[in-house]
Design a protein around this ligand. Sequence first.
Ligand code: MSP
Length: 650
Amino acid sequence: MQDKRKKFYVTTPIYYVNDVPHLGHAYTTIAADVIARYKRLNGYEVSFLTGSDEHGQKVQQAAQELKVDPQVHVDRLHTRFNDLWKRLNISNTDFIRTTEERHKKIVREILQDLFNRGEIYKDSYEGWYCMPDERFWTEKDLVNGTCPECGRSVDKIQEHNYFFKMGQYGEWLAEHIRTHPTFIQPESRKNEVLGFLSKPLGDLCISRPKSRLSWGIPLPFNADYVTYVWFDALINYISALGSQDDVRNGGFWPADFHLVGKDILTTHAVYWSTMLKAMNLPLPSTIFAHGWWTVDGKKMSKSLRNVVEPNLLIDLFGVDSIRYFLLREAPFGQDADFSHKALIGRINSDLANNLGNLLNRTVSMIKRYHDGKIPDPGETTDCDSLKNEFASALPEIRKGYDELAYNKILERIWKLVDAGNKWIDVKAPWNLFKTEEGQKELAPVMYHTAESLRAVAVLIYPFMPHTSEQILIQLGVEGGPENQGIDSISNWYGLKPGTELQKGERLFPRIEEKQEQEIQQTLESASKDNAAPKTAENQDELGAPISIEDVMKLDLRVGKILEAENVKKSKKLVKLKVDIGLEIRQVVAGIATSYEPEALVGRSIILVANLKPAKLMGIESQGMVLAGSADGNIVLAGFDQELPTGARVK
Ligand code: MSP
């Protein structure tokens, strides 16, 4: 890291716009947010970029299925990421979309420049193509004749394409990695990349014929082709900074950290590095490949119904608990396993017991002994042991940030929390309060207790910004954590005697066993597929009471009926194609006695979108349409105003 220039640039991968944001996406983005906030605490001007990857085959296919223009499709979808980042308190300074003109313009400029300088050439190509992964493979790459990456079938393709002369940079790149020990981190991943480079590096096919894929950035020198989605996407890291000249002279490039998951390290370490070399731009200081989260030991996947939905976690546990847990639980470079039990365990022990204890004891004793005002520290040197604990932790914490060893940083900060709690135990203010002699020491003891809490609040700011702000508010500190700065830890004496404590939120209440059981049940039934709660079958009888958690399990969506036809040999059933924004569903509904198919097309309805698919008269139904009925007449539920397709109904 180049600490001298006081500018810092961190990036996340840009997420596939088609994907529903999950824990894995949240992980990279929170990790980037922590380092961004830490750098701000150190007085840096920070550029923190995230965004969405919006071109390519999958987007084109999804849009085709929905019968919408791909641009309309991505315009609808990308906000899901932005919305989650707001909820997770992510402090990104920019969000780039690869369909924005500012990005496409730079991609075209770079392509033209590389083409003019002979870095890109046209050639005929024969190989095996994996459609879902949008990647070419040679015969020897295939595993049992299928894609080595995803195991799906591949198609033999022969066509003309454009190639980037990546192969010529293989040896240079290996040398760069060897001579820049912190370029690829962690160490084990660096060795993987070097292993990859020990075989001859081929050239990279960077185009797709428009006849096969049209949803991409047309090549500026041949409009019959679009740009390969990775070549397009990687450029986001500089297109967000402005023109190539700006990148050369503007100050934020090269990036300090590209954070990526281990699965996309090769594209970053090899494709992106060689692209930059060809552009005569310096390489980023570090590409850090983090590990993957599994859930209860299994890979997260839609088919296993174990995808961890960050919004639900935020609702149940609060945002800072999740930010803390994800970075505390395992070293950043290694795989980790998510379980709600482990999360609750950490909330109770680290947050409620340790940090919560320090906060509550400090605040309540200052209220009791000092009328709710920060006392005077006096001239005593008695605090050295406590003060030194904090000062000596700082170099270790700084080193932890250089290595993105988030779990070690948190461990170290929690030793300081323990030190604060121990200081209270040893000094026993409640005893000092009892005697005249003790009273003299009480004020300095309580000042330093409060000061250690202030220092902890500043240190946890990158991980738990809301908690940090709340603690500082309670201590009567104005201006927020960034205003305090990291040096205030070793300078100590940050609190002003006489400042009045302020009321604040109750932070980290313990999750008691009973509550834990309820939470577990909510989560388990949200992911597994429990039987539906008992409902009223008789119109005159109200249904058995259910909890709000049960209600929240329902994923109700605004859908638009695209097609409708009566089911043969059925008087009641009609088969519908319903657009619910994210996908198209086939739904069989028992409304044929009240609605003609023609009258249904184009109508908005409410669909239970997370109902287990079932077969009705041999036809799969992927959801349930909400309707009311009286005297045999069925009326579809709807709205008195138009809502966008896919909007949630609560
Ligand atoms: N669009 C590309 C990145 C282009 S960057 C120029 C992409 N997108 S992605 O949405 O599929 O993945 C984004 C990130 O999420 C990757 O870093 C990936 O490693 C991460 N994760 C996806 N699932 C994950 C887990 N289960 N656990 C941790 N991170 C995971 O790839």
